[in-house]
Design a protein around this ligand. Structure first.
Ligand code: URP
Ligand code: ZN
Ligand code: ZN
Length: 457
């Protein structure tokens, strides 16, 4: 299949120029002005931005968590991602207690195979750190699982103590892998939760009130120190607190390989959402929680000056009418997570680029190029260049998108941005040269997505 994209404005992390793109066999083979080539399909991109497909390196599809399963599986979740202009995800396989890493990887491969509509890779969540598991990390890297997520939060569920974290970090350093860290002080948070429950506090807002920003900052600092001594890069996932960002900035100023991602929810939603009437605050129960609106400017500054390198979603949806009800009478039982796989690119364009917080090139960088570079996908993914996969989005700056649970494609019964109008719209999406979104329709196929073996450092 040969495809020609004509007349568009190509935007990468570094360039913006008008040119045509010729795609053959799923990869970009020629970029130039007024290309004269024989193509099977020609797309006219006049007036449109031609962007590298979004890469979301933090999703939880079909994930068992908090007594439920996240409600998007690899079919509904990746189709929603494609509608939103994302063409590659890195999801989290979860090692079960007493089971191997390979068992986890194969379980998650089976969840994705036959369902994923876009390409996918996996990080590995390690619930334990035994000598056998640490040895096995090397075999996982050979399979393309080159990053391991550890938790300083959720005692009894995912939490690892500092010694286990440190040993796992050392092993990660030996084999060229990256540590992804959920940085919140879980044991202290559990004390605050216990005290709040003892006082009879039940409402969703108590989820946020028992997870103070300082405990995210403390864990972030500790993670960075442990990683420094273990001599391994550390990537702080879903950073929400300006106080935590200060720790990342200080580490980077010292020349450490400390990286951090934030998520649209921390840039566009705030603690105020927990004060919505009735049980509605449960829509926003996620960890870390939403923070003060006044601090969002610090996150934007971090994104602008590269102290935050990526924007991912932490997409982990639960329905308000079903799963979230588990915590109706106890905030600490509300399944943690919110939807976002479809809304990320739109929000970052409207609220990031058009609002003057970041440039269009930086938008491409934080939503596609940097994630690809940090997680071993570049230059196959994350840019538009000769030899790269033709994962491409034609984005219409003259269009607009109104977000609503009634019209979104995520399999969840609410949208955290209900009613928000975002200028700009995803027009056409190509995955490895194949058009999968056209005229607001999914024209791809579930199961066409391929596993991407990621490189180690
Ligand atoms: O609340 C969240 N973030 N749910 C997903 C699991 C995690 O910690 O990333
Ligand atoms: Zn996490
Ligand atoms: Zn997550």
């Amino acid at each position: 299949m040969k495809t020609l994209i004509q007349n568009g404005t190509i935007v990468t992390a570094t360039d913006r120029y008008e040119a045509d793109i010729f795609i053959d066999g799923g990869v970009v083979t020629t970029i130039g002005k007024n290309l004269k080539v024989a193509a099977d399909k020609t797309l006219d991109a006049k007036g449109k931005y031609v962007l590298p497909g979004g890469i979301d390196v933090h999703t939880h599809l079909d994930m068992p968590f908090g007594g439920a399963f996240s409600v998007d599986d690899f079919q509904t979740g990746t189709i929603a991602a494609a509608f939103g202009g994302t063409t590659c995800i890195v999801d989290f396989a979860i090692q079960e207690r007493g089971h191997s890493l390979r068992h986890a990887w194969e379980t998650w491969m089976a969840k994705a195979e036959g369902k994923a509509a876009i390409d996918y890779g996996f990080h590995m969540i390690m619930r334990e750190s035994t000598p056998e598991l640490r040895e096995e990390m090397g075999a996982m890297v050979k399979e393309g699982v080159t990053s391991f997520k550890l938790f300083m939060a959720y005692p009894g569920v995912f939490y690892l103590d500092d010694a286990s974290i440190f040993r796992t970090m050392q092993r990660s350093g030996e084999i060229g892998a990256t540590i992804c860290m959920h940085a919140e002080n879980g044991p202290v948070i559990d004390v605050l939760i216990e005290q709040a429950r003892a006082k009879g506090h039940k409402a969703p807002k108590w989820h946020a009130l028992t997870r103070p920003a300082r405990l995210e900052a403390e864990a972030t600092y500790r993670a960075i120190c442990l990683a420094e001594v273990a001599d391994v890069p550390v990537y702080i996932v879903h950073l929400s607190a300006a106080e935590a960002l200060e720790q990342v900035t200080a580490a980077r100023d010292r020349g450490l390989p400390a990286f951090a991602e934030t998520c649209p929810q921390y840039l566009f939603l705030s603690y105020d959402n927990y004060e919505e009437p009735g049980f509605d605050g449960a829509k926003y129960v996620m960890s870390p929680p939403l923070r003060d609106k006044a601090k969002q400017k610090d996150l934007w500054r971090g994104l602008k000056f590269n102290d935050l390198q990526t924007v991912a979603t932490d997409h982990c949806p639960f329905c308000m009418k079903d799963e979230k009800q588990i915590g109706k009478d106890d905030f600490s039982k509300i399944p943690n997570g919110a939807p976002g796989i479809e809304t990320r690119m739109s929000l970052m364009y409207d609220g990031g680029v058009l609002a003057g917080n970041i440039t269009l090139e930086r938008f491409v960088e934080v939503t596609s190029t940097s994630p690809a570079k940090i997680f071993g996908l570049f230059p196959k993914k994350g840019t538009i260049a000769v030899g790269s996969d033709a994962d491409i989005v034609l984005f219409d700056p003259a269009g607009s998108t109104t977000w609503s649970a009634k019209t979104h494609h995520m399999n969840v019964d609410y949208n955290p941005y209900e009613g928000r109008v975002c200028k700009g719209a995803v027009d056409t999406v190509l995955s490895r040269g194949e058009v999968i979104i056209e005229k607001k329709l999914f024209v791809g196929r579930a199961g066409r997505g391929e596993y991407v073996k990621r490189k180690a450092r």
